[in-house]
Unconditional design. Structure first.
Ligand code: CTP
Length: 422
């Protein structure tokens, strides 16, 4: 006894992709192979491309189009009753979206919900539409719901594009419909699908920003220590390095707060900026934020001294003036003593003995990374290029000679890589 069931009911759904004309040839091919019980359901838009008469002439049965058709009420139930396979050739992005979301607003979509057998879907559309995450999501949803999706092929598309979205050739479509018709456990069908949704078609895991959720505290600019009510001790820091760091760390997904002294650089709009003047103020603000910070970068040019006897009145120019200076608090060193989970990064601006001084600062200030760079008459402040070493806690050193934006990018990369598996 033959197990080939030529009388098995096949319902061909045709939605209005440009490739819908191929559905006619698929029906012809199935008929050639001996299948006679074929009915069709068209969307209203398909009728704009192809006459229903064509389908009637070929199948001998009037295609289903309207839900409310005189004399054929409730026929969506009838249409699927005796069917073993419902094949949608071609399936447009719109139909796929509707089916995936259970929308039943025309004959074809209503049939899909009423059908208890398995549905075979042949998507066909513009390559960009096929690649769209909404389409991918819907196709995977349909697979989850038990449909079988035969993915389109690459090639020249009717819309003029080249890419994925072509309906497979007529015989291939007929092959799959025929196979699907005979396989009892439709799970078995999976092993035959060579052009089904491939691994690469699966929605890609979303790319992650390596420092997402991390809080970065950057000190920047130059501190300002008052001498009297009008005069100050400051330095030539522009805040450029702090600005670049704020950008680069934000680009890797971190939330950045900049605590800045004097600066001419403009900090990015998405960074929180706190303006301070003195070392003392800078330290206070840093201390407030320290516990919640994951990464702290001391890029500010912090004054090492402050005037011991600040005069609230303007000092008169009577004779030579000798200022007595006292040391300011070393912010980095203080943080190094209390740090817990924080990654602590400092700069070492040196005129000589770069490596030696850099290594000494790393140890003395208990930093995780020191960016040691050479400063001189034409180097450092405002100078576009920095050269020196990234010095790591474990003794590694990486030489660099980069612009400020590049240096900031390298630092962000190093921090993501070394401390956050980025
Ligand atoms: N720093 C700080 N507080 C200070 C001075 C410096 O936090 N009062 C930080 C700087 O922001 C920088 C690092 O310490 O990240 C090294 O600064 P640098 O001026 O190069 O070193 P000093 O410790 O000041 O040592 P020296 O001036 O002797 O080179």
């Amino acid at each position: 006894m033959s197990f080939i069931d030529y009388s098995a009911g096949i319902l061909i759904g045709v939605s209005s992709g440009i490739a819908c004309y191929k559905s006619i040839e698929v029906i012809r091919e199935l008929q050639k192979r001996g299948y006679k019980n074929i009915e069709t359901v068209l969307t209203k838009n398909t009728v704009n491309f192809l006459s229903p008469n064509l389908f009637e002439a070929i199948t001998g049965k009037k295609p289903y189009i309207e839900v409310f058709e005189e004399g054929r009420l409730l026929s969506h139930i009838k249409a699927v009753e005796d069917k073993k396979v419902f094949a949608i050739v071609p399936a447009t992005a719109n139909i796929i979206g509707k089916l995936a979301n259970g929308i039943a607003d025309d004959f074809l979509t209503t049939c899909y919900l009423a059908f208890k057998g398995k549905t075979l879907i042949f998507p066909s559309m513009n390559a960009n539409m096929y690649e769209h995450s909404a389409t991918k999501r819907n196709l995977f949803q349909l697979q989850e719901d038990g449909c079988y999706v035969v993915s389109p092929e690459e090639g020249y598309l009717a819309c003029g594009y080249e890419g994925k979205g072509r309906l497979p050739d007529i015989e291939t479509i007929a092959d799959y419909i025929e196979l699907f018709l005979h396989i009892k456990d439709s799970e078995t069908f999976k092993q035959f699908i060579t052009i089904n949704l491939l691994e690469e078609d699966k929605p890609k895991p979303k790319p992650k920003d390596p420092l997402a959720g991390k809080k970065v505290l950057i000190t920047s600019g130059g501190t300002v220590e008052p001498i009297d009510s009008v005069r100050v001790i400051t330095n030539r820091s522009s805040g450029t390095m702090g600005k670049e760091l704020a950008k680069m760390f934000s680009f890797l997904g971190a939330k950045v707060t900049v605590i800045t002294g004097n600066h001419t650089a403009r900090y990015p709009a998405y960074a929180d900026v706190i303006e301070v003047k003195t070392v003392e103020e800078m330290y206070r603000e840093v201390a407030v934020k320290f516990d919640e910070s994951d990464i702290v970068i001391m890029a500010a040019a912090v004054s090492d001294f402050k005037v011991k006897n600040y005069s609230s009145k303007k000092i008169k120019k009577k004779s030579n003036l000798t200022l007595e200076l006292e040391k300011t608090i070393d912010i980095l060193e203080t943080l190094g003593k209390t740090k817990k989970h924080q990654v602590l990064i400092g700069f070492a601006a040196e005129t000589d003995n770069l490596l030696e001084n850099g290594e000494d600062k790393l140890k003395r200030k208990n930093a995780d990374l020191i960016v040691a760079n050479t400063v001189g008459e034409n180097k450092g402040f405002g100078d576009r290029n920095l050269s020196g070493y990234f010095i790591f806690k474990d003794g590694r050193k990486e030489e660099f000679s980069l612009s400020k934006p590049e240096t900031a990018e390298r630092i962000a990369e190093i921090v993501a890589r070394e401390f956050f598996n980025g």
